[in-house]
Design a protein around this ligand. Structure first.
Ligand SMILES: [Zn+2]
Length: 190
């Protein structure tokens, strides 16, 4: 992102939102630094495009011997933006996987979430991308991802259904095909 160009675009949007006809193109005092701040914030909110999931999910086998139970990290905070309105999406992600000799540091899972959350998203794709990255880079026997999130574009406009959560899930491998593994994960995730 070219931050200066992004800031100029924000400035033009602000003029459309709040421009004063008598001073075309001028922003009022309180908004003067807003374009730069907004551009900087969007640089962060979309920094996932420059992140490499392979780098984050470097696996290690130490400690993986004998791990044949599901590893579940519950309620990882997630902050993203919808690609239809650029409005905030926020909630939690639960990731579970059944290791196949390879395990990954638990903090890496929240970093993996950020790789895909810090982009313009739809919740369904975000859910699948996290699951598919787990499969690609960790090759587990099975993997599941559940996201519970609130969408400001839905809640603050139109019908204003406050507190309405959208729940999406993506199941891969034995978590999709084996009812016991699937039920265990969903019970832990919900
Ligand atoms: Zn939206």
């Amino acid at each position: 992102m070219n931050r200066d160009q992004a800031a100029e675009s924000v400035r033009q949007l602000l003029v459309q939102i709040e421009g004063r006809p008598e001073e075309v193109g001028k922003l009022r005092e309180g908004l003067i630094e807003t374009p730069d701040r907004v551009a900087k914030a969007w640089e962060f909110w979309t920094s996932g495009y420059g992140m490499d999931p392979a780098e984050i999910l470097k696996t290690f086998e130490d400690g993986a011997e004998g791990v044949d139970e599901m590893v579940v990290v519950k309620d990882i905070p997630v902050y993203s933006h919808c690609e239809h309105h650029m409005a905030a999406i926020f909630g939690t992600v639960t990731i579970g996987y059944l290791p196949n000799k390879r395990i990954v540091g638990l903090s890496k899972l929240s970093r993996l979430v950020n790789v895909y959350a810090r982009r313009l998203q739809v919740q369904e794709r975000l859910t699948c991308q996290i699951a598919d990255a787990m499969v690609e880079h960790l090759a587990p026997l099975g993997c599941g991802v559940v996201i519970k999130a609130r969408h400001m574009c839905m809640e603050s406009r139109g019908v204003c259904q406050q507190g309405h959560h959208t729940i999406t899930s993506a199941l891969r491998g034995v978590l999709k095909t084996e009812p016991d593994a699937r039920n265990e994960f969903l019970r832990l995730a919900m």
